[in-house]
Ligand binder design. Structure first.
Ligand code: ATP
Length: 699
């Protein structure tokens, strides 16, 4: 793509963006001569010269203290130029672009356990510090128990005050460290959490954006939102329970050997108790999983009904469907509540049994310990007390680890739901893939057959036509004849067609998808305006464009006059659902938005169908000006708005019936003539002359 201001050198940011769009990993850097000498670069380095030019660094000759440069515009087979430090400094102040082929990008990853582990692995340096802090904290946690042991065994028995002083000093120091390390650990855990959360969210958003359009059309929006929303559960688990478990494991790893040292028999008693907890939970895993699945499906239904109702609230209210929708919602809520109740009932059992085992374990330690001391005369009071204190501290993490199985089930379900959306086929795997030819706007369809996924009948059948650049073309036909399908295929929304679709002779499947779509300006019947000012909406998605660009596009679209009458002009906020704009104003804004990039091909798909005659007249008056210098495809049911088009393509049940200017078609094409007569019949009647009727007959 050429810079907008032809002749001006591209900015560093633009070069970076182009390199990245071209599939390269690019970085800007400031280099010194010494760095250049040290570079044994196998990858291209572009030196950005002070006058806006650029040179390619071929290699640095350290022995002779020179670099070999090449002018990128000079043919490859010509030699480079040797430049020494003094000469280079005169034209270059250190700015450079470092380029290399892109490594496998995160977008290519699939959401799954491997991906989540990799996210944590990225944070390994902080995680290492967290583990280290946990290790020290676990040691510190054993100190009170050991202190009790020492006080009972040594201080009381031998009345040793010096030892008591040492123990008190040690415990005081330990408290200080404990507070400090706990504070640092919480900060680090929070940091890991925030980073993992941000990465996970940006990854999910990129994947959802990359899903093909027909995916959203085939699925219920509510279900998609619910499934994607599950990511919150995964994040909470990763930064909450999973991390806590790792820390619990550290505690177990530190305490177990110490307890084994103090008393092996009692230790095995504790371990056996924890094992029993785990076993109980594993036994309940199957039933819990089944009920959990049912509950998840019920929750999904509930979100779908809620979202659909809010989304279609206009229809719900105007058809007075509130009562009916409430009934539907009541039913799905009851199902969700029943499943949740079942889930609570089932998962309460392993929890209860685990609590019993845990209680028996701690009491068992006391009894067995006391019995051993009484009967066998083994062990002393200090050791028993210390053991019990440690045992209590250990029981909790062990039980937590066992209970984790329960949470894993929840997260496993959440992961399955989220990845069901996120891991679907992406539209374009590599952003850099595909050609970027300069496009003038010639369109050719050749024997194109297309059936929508999941349907058997062909939406397009043997469609063949050719449109020279700069032509205005109307697409007409009954409802469902395939008009919109043609415009969709042209924009690369589906690639599973037979035959060939080419723009300027380039088959569109070979063109970079992002680049292809940027060649189009599209206005639909109902256009979505984003929250923001009118200016933001016109220049949406094209950062860097200015108010002047927005004004120019608005003028061309016939929107200038009403924007200037608005309270804050171009800075007027478009309200939620664009309630402060009329249909005609919304449509003219959408046309301005489509024109802002000066696209080579403009598609108006029923763009004026919903407009009142006055607004339609304003838009139509500008059509000739809008069409100048570009190819324009206009889908319309109102044939009267297409009579001035250079060519009109007549479609019927997915086939091209004829193509030609209006006056020829009226004479030779029966389908067209019939459509035309149906509409003009009304026009002849002075009482119904104003709007031409809409041609919705269905088939
Ligand atoms: N997303 C879709 N999934 C499945 N079938 C579809 C989809 N969109 C359209 N179709 C089918 O493809 C055929 C052509 O539809 P298309 O929307 O291209 O017609 P159209 O001429 O633009 O109709 P209209 O004037 O009503 O907008 C129709 O039979 C329609 O049912």
């Amino acid at each position: 793509m050429l810079p907008r201001e032809a002749g001006a050198p591209p900015t560093e940011a633009a070069l970076l963006a182009w390199a990245r769009e071209g599939g390269l990993a690019a970085k800007s850097a400031t280099l010194t001569w010494r760095r250049l000498m040290k570079l044994q670069a196998p990858t291209p380095i572009v030196l950005l010269l002070n006058d806006g030019g650029a040179a390619l660094l071929m290699h640095a000759d350290r022995r002779r203290n020179i670099v070999w440069l090449r002018d990128p515009s000079v043919p490859r087979d010509q030699d480079g130029v040797a430049v020494d430090e003094l000469r280079l400094r005169q034209v270059w102040d250190g700015k450079a672009l470092l380029l290399r082929p892109q490594a496998k990008k995160a977008e290519g990853d699939q959401l799954g356990l491997g991906f989540l582990l990799r996210l944590v692995w990225f944070e390994r340096s902080i995680m290492r510090d967290v583990l280290l802090a946990s290790l020290v904290l676990s040691f510190l946690a054993t100190l009170p128990a050991l202190a009790v042991m020492v006080v009972l065994s040594k201080v009381f028995t031998y009345r040793n005050v010096a030892t008591l002083d040492a123990v008190i000093a040690l415990l005081t120091l330990a408290v200080f460290w404990e507070v400090l390390l706990n504070y640092a650990r919480r900060r680090m855990i929070n940091m890991v959490g925030v980073r993992v959360d941000a990465k996970l969210n940006t990854f999910i958003f990129a994947r959802v954006l990359g899903l093909p359009l027909d995916y959203f059309e085939r699925r219920q929006l509510g279900a998609i939102m619910h499934q994607v929303g599950q990511i919150g559960k995964i994040r909470d688990f990763m930064t909450g329970k999973m991390l806590a478990t790792i820390l619990d494991l550290v505690t177990v790893a530190v305490m177990l050997p110490l307890m084994l040292y103090l008393d092996a028999t009692l230790t095995w008693l504790v371990v056996a108790g924890a094992g029993l907890c785990g076993l109980v939970i594993v036994l309940f895993l199957g039933p819990v999983r089944r009920v959990h699945g049912r509950w998840q499906r019920a929750e999904m239904n509930r979100s779908t009904v809620l979202l659909e109702t809010v989304h279609g609230i206009r229809t719900v209210k105007s058809l007075a469907m509130e009562r009916a929708q409430r009934d539907v919602f009541d039913v799905v809520t009851a199902e969700a509540a029943e499943a949740k109740e079942q889930l609570g009932y089932i998962s309460n059992w392993p929890q209860t049994i685990a609590t019993v085992v845990e209680a028996l374990m701690t009491r068992g330690v006391l009894m067995v310990g006391a019995l051993m001391a009484l009967i066998e005369g083994r062990g002393d009071l200090g050791v028993l007390l210390a053991f019990m204190m440690l045992g209590n501290r250990l029981a909790q993490p062990l039980a937590n680890i066992a209970r984790l199985i329960d949470d894993i089930e929840d997260v496993r379900g959440a992961l399955a739901l989220a990845s069901d959306v996120v891991n679907n086929r992406q539209e374009a795997v590599a952003p850099g893939l595909g050609a970027r030819p300069v496009i003038a706007g010639a369109i050719r369809f050749e024997k194109v057959d297309y059936a929508y996924p999941g349907t058997r009948s062909l939406a397009l059948e043997g469609v063949t036509f050719e449109v020279p650049p700069g032509t205005t073309v109307g697409l007409v036909g009954r409802s469902g004849s395939g008009k919109s399908t043609i415009t969709r295929l042209l924009q690369g929304f589906a690639t599973g067609y037979e035959g060939q679709i080419a723009i300027d002779g380039h088959e569109i499947r070979g063109i970079n998808l992002d680049y292809l779509r940027r060649q189009f300006g599209v206005v639909l019947q109902d256009n979505f305006l984003f929250r923001g000012t009118i200016k933001d909406n016109i220049i949406a998605g094209r950062p860097g464009l200015t108010l002047a660009d927005a004004v120019q596009a608005a003028r061309l679209a016939g929107a200038e006059e009403f924007i200037e009458r608005m309270p804050a002009g171009y800075e007027t906020m478009v309200e939620e659902g664009s309630a402060n704009l009329s249909g005609g104003q919304k449509q003219r804004l959408a046309i301005a938005r489509a024109l802002i990039t000066d696209p080579r091909i403009l598609i108006l798909d029923e763009a004026t169908s919903a407009l009142d005659p006055e607004s339609e007249a304003v838009v139509n008056a500008n059509i000739a000006r809008i069409a100048q210098g570009r190819t324009m495809l206009v889908v319309s049911h109102r044939l009267s708005s297409l009579t001035e088009m250079d060519q009109i393509i007549v479609l019927d049940r997915g086939r091209v019936m004829d193509m030609g200017p209006h006056r020829d078609l009226v004479e030779r094409c029966p389908v067209y003539r019939q459509l035309w007569l149906q509409q003009t019949r009304y026009m002849d009647n002075p009482r119904t002359a104003a709007p031409a009727p809409v041609l919705a007959q269905g088939n």
